[in-house]
Design a protein around this ligand. Structure first.
Ligand code: SAH
Length: 249
């Protein structure tokens, strides 16, 4: 089979945070497949490149479309935001391969890493992910809310720094309120909480607060929320988590 499929991420938004490997894959592509706003971040380098913009909700369908284009001999790039493997298209592509035409398993499929929102958000404020951390998506489109609650409790019990992706959705505005309630039962009210909006872009905005005072209405779909561990602290205008637990105050 002559076609290929590369899954890339545009990074958090700023052009400089798109990797050179991602730019090279985009420049070679005959076809780009992705959610419209992510495709808009891709510079136009060739006029013969076809762009297939789609709705954000139909990930599996989009993955199948990309695979069938590649099987027909096209050089396809599937475009996600951030890193393509973090709550994004790379897993959808492999799910489509698993359940789709057996011929797709013979395709040349590759994933390029990108800068995920959690890393861009952490860099805006210092080094809050300096110790052990985990990432949880609060979206219950693809999993039960009870699963999310169980993971939040486990992460709090284990004293991980917690990065919360998809903290707010129009359909379920109470998710972050409920998540904070669960965390407050286990973690200290003094735990630093960060709301980082549009991290890694010129519009980046940071709110530094505590778990006791955190106001869930400050988060929207472009916000990444970081809840500290017991050792996470402020120094000057920065927030960091020491690498050693011995330096806990
Ligand atoms: N693949 C993406 C994540 C997709 S989930 C990545 O690796 O970053 C979408 C969620 O990511 C958003 O709801 C938000 O919580 C977070 N996000 C994406 N870009 C962001 C940015 N620039 N600043 C803050 N959060 C962002």
């Amino acid at each position: 089979m002559s076609g290929s499929l590369v899954v890339v991420g545009t990074g958090p938004g700023k052009a400089e945070l798109m990797t050179p490997a991602t730019l090279a894959a985009l420049a070679k592509a005959t076809d780009l497949v992705g959610y419209g706003p992510y495709l808009d971040r891709v510079p136009v380098t060739r006029r013969d490149q076809r762009r297939h913009a789609s709705d954000n909700r139909v990930e599996l369908e989009r993955a199948r479309h990309a695979l069938s284009l590649a099987a027909a001999g096209r050089e396809v790039v599937v475009v996600s935001g951030g890193d393509p493997g973090v709550f994004a298209m790379a897993a959808a592509v492999f799910e489509a391969v698993e359940t789709g035409d057996p011929v797709w398993r013979m395709l040349d499929i590759r994933v390029e890493p990108g800068v995920t929102a959690m890393l861009a958000a952490a860099a805006e404020v210092g080094a809050p992910l300096g110790g052990d951390f985990c990432a949880i998506s609060l979206s219950d489109n693809l999993k039960a809310w009870t699963t999310i609650e169980r993971r939040l409790r486990a992460a709090a019990e284990a004293d991980f720094v917690i990065a919360l992706y998809n903290p707010a959705s129009k359909a379920r505005p109470h998710q972050l309120v409920q998540a904070f309630e669960h965390l407050r039962r286990i973690k200290s009210g003094e735990t630093p909480v960060l709301f980082v909006r549009a991290a890694g872009t010129a519009d980046a905005k940071v709110i530094t607060t505590t778990l006791a005072a955190a106001d869930a209405t400050q988060a929207d779909m472009r916000t990444l929320v970081i809840v500290g561990a017991s050792t996470t602290r402020r120094v000057g205008r920065w927030v960091y988590t020491p690498r050693s637990e011995g330096t806990a105050s």
